[in-house]
Design a protein around this ligand. Structure first.
Ligand code: NAP
Length: 346
C-alpha cells in the first residue's frame, strides 16, 4: 500500500464512512463541536442508510451508499472510518491508494505492525509513522489505558487485572435500541425480542458477546491484551481480563488492579492522575461518589476513582474507571488523532 504524504491545508475534505452508526454519528457531532477545519463533509453508509441525512453546521448532509471503487475516494484528504472491520479491509487500501489518510475505528488494521495504533495522550509520536492508515484502539483498551498509562510511565506496571462493565452502545446503534426496547417490553410484561445480543440485556448481564477462542479468552479480551501492549510499547506487561456486557446505555466501566515494579501509594497515584491529560479524578469516599457511566456519558475525560491499595499483592493498587467509549473509546480519539495530524494543539 502506498502511503501519502499528508499535505497540510487550511481546510480539509473529510469523509465519514459508517456515518449512520453509533460511532459515525458521534464523529459528525465532534467534528462540529471542535470546529475541525472541514472544507466539505461527505457521509457514507450501506444501502440501509442511503438517502438518510445528518446535520452538520446547520446543513443537511445526505448519506451516500459506499461504493468501493477507486474514483469514490478521489479528492478526500481524510477519511474517518467506522463501518466494521470487514468493510474497512475492503475500502481502506483503495482510499489510501487515492491519496486519503484514513483513521479507522475498527479492528481491521490495529495489530498490523505497519499501522500506528494511537491514543494521543499516550503515544502521539506514533502518528507520524503512518503510511496512510492510523488505527483507533478498542474502546475498552482506550478507556483503561488513559488511566493506566500515566501511572505506568512513572513506575512500570508488571501486571494488570481488569474486569469490565461494558455498555450496550459498545455494540452499536441497533444494540442501544435493543436495550431500550427490551427494557420497555419487560416493564410492560411483553415478550422480549433478541436481535443483536445473544441474551437478554435488559435487567441482566453476560460475558462479552464476542467469540471465545481456544485460549478461553473472548475476542474483546484478546483485543485489550494485544492492543494495550502495542500502545504502551511494552510486550512484557501481563494482562488478565474479563469483559462483561451490562444493561447500561453508554460509557464503559472497569475495575482495574495494577501491580507495579515498586511501591505506588494511592496518594502518589491520585496526584499523577490529577495531572494526567484526559483524566478526571472522581474519588469522594465520604460522599460515596465515584466514577459512574451516567456521569461519564457525553464527557471527554475518563473518570477515575476508588484509588486504593490492593493488599492482595506487593506493590498493588486498585482503581475504578468509567469513560464514554463512543467518545474517548472511538469518535473523540479519532478526531484527536486527526487534530494532531494537522497540527492542532489543544
Ligand atoms: P453501528 O452502530 O452498527 O454502525 C455501523 C455503521 O457501519 C453504520 O453506519 C452502517 O451503515 C455502516 N455499514 C455497515 N455495513 C456497511 C457497508 N457494507 N458499507 C458501508 N457502510 C456499512 O456500529 P458502531 O458501534 O458505530 O461501530 C462501528 C465500528 O467501530 C465497529 O467496527 C466497532 O467495532 C468499532 N468501534 C465501536 C465502538 C463503540 O463503542 N460502539 C468503539 C470503538 C470501536 P447502515 O446504517 O447503512 O447499515
Amino acid at each position: 500500500m502506498k502511503g501519502p504524504a499528508f499535505v497540510k491545508k487550511d481546510k480539509y475534505n473529510v469523509a465519514v464512512v459508517g456515518a449512520s452508526g453509533a460511532v459515525g454519528q458521534e464523529m459528525v457531532k465532534i467534528l462540529e463541536e471542535r470546529d475541525f477545519p472541514v472544507e466539505k463533509l461527505s457521509l457514507f453508509g450501506s444501502e440501509r442508510s442511503e438517502g438518510k441525512s445528518a446535520k452538520f453546521r446547520n446543513q443537511k448532509v445526505t448519506i451516500q451508499k459506499l461504493a468501493i471503487e477507486p474514483t469514490s475516494f478521489d479528492g478526500f484528504d481524510l477519511v474517518l472510518s467506522s463501518a466494521g472491520a470487514f468493510v474497512s479491509k475492503q475500502f481502506i487500501p483503495v482510499a489510501v491508494e487515492r491519496g486519503a489518510v484514513v483513521i479507522d475505528n475498527t479492528s481491521a488494521f490495529r495489530l498490523d505492525p505497519a499501522v500506528p495504533l494511537v491514543i494521543p495522550e499516550i503515544n502521539p509520536e506514533d502518528i507520524q509513522k503512518h503510511k496512510g492508515i492510523i488505527a483507533n484502539p478498542n474502546c475498552t483498551a482506550a478507556i483503561m489505558l488513559v488511566a493506566v498509562a500515566p501511572l505506568h510511565r512513572k513506575n512500570r506496571i508488571k501486571r494488570i487485572i481488569c474486569a469490565t462493565y461494558q455498555s450496550a452502545s459498545g455494540a452499536g446503534a441497533r444494540a442501544m435500541q435493543e436495550l431500550e426496547n427490551q427494557t420497555r417490553d419487560y416493564l410492560e410484561g411483553k415478550p422480549l425480542r433478541k436481535e443483536v445480543f445473544p441474551h437478554q440485556i435488559a435487567f441482566n448481564l453476560f460475558s462479552h458477546d464476542s467469540p471465545v477462542s481456544e485460549s478461553g479468552y473472548n475476542t474483546e479480551e484478546l483485543k485489550v491484551i494485544q492492543e494495550s501492549k502495542k500502545i504502551l510499547h511494552d510486550d512484557q506487561i501481563r494482562i488478565g481480563i474479563t469483559c462483561v456486557r451490562v444493561p447500561v446505555m453508554r460509557a464503559h466501566s472497569a475495575a482495574i488492579y495494577l501491580e507495579f515494579e515498586s511501591k505506588m501509594t494511592p496518594r502518589e497515584a491520585r496526584k499523577i492522575l490529577e495531572d494526567a491529560p484526559g483524566v478526571k479524578v472522581v474519588d469522594e469516599p465520604q460522599k460515596g461518589h465515584f466514577p459512574m457511566p451516567i456521569e461519564a456519558s457525553g464527557q471527554d475525560q475518563v473518570l477515575v476513582g476508588r484509588i486504593r491499595d490492593d493488599g492482595s499483592t506487593e506493590n498493588g493498587l486498585a482503581l475504578f474507571v468509567s469513560g464514554d467509549q463512543l467518545r474517548k473509546g472511538a469518535a473523540l480519539n479519532a478526531i484527536q488523532i486527526a487534530e494532531r495530524l494537522i497540527n492542532i494543539q489543544r
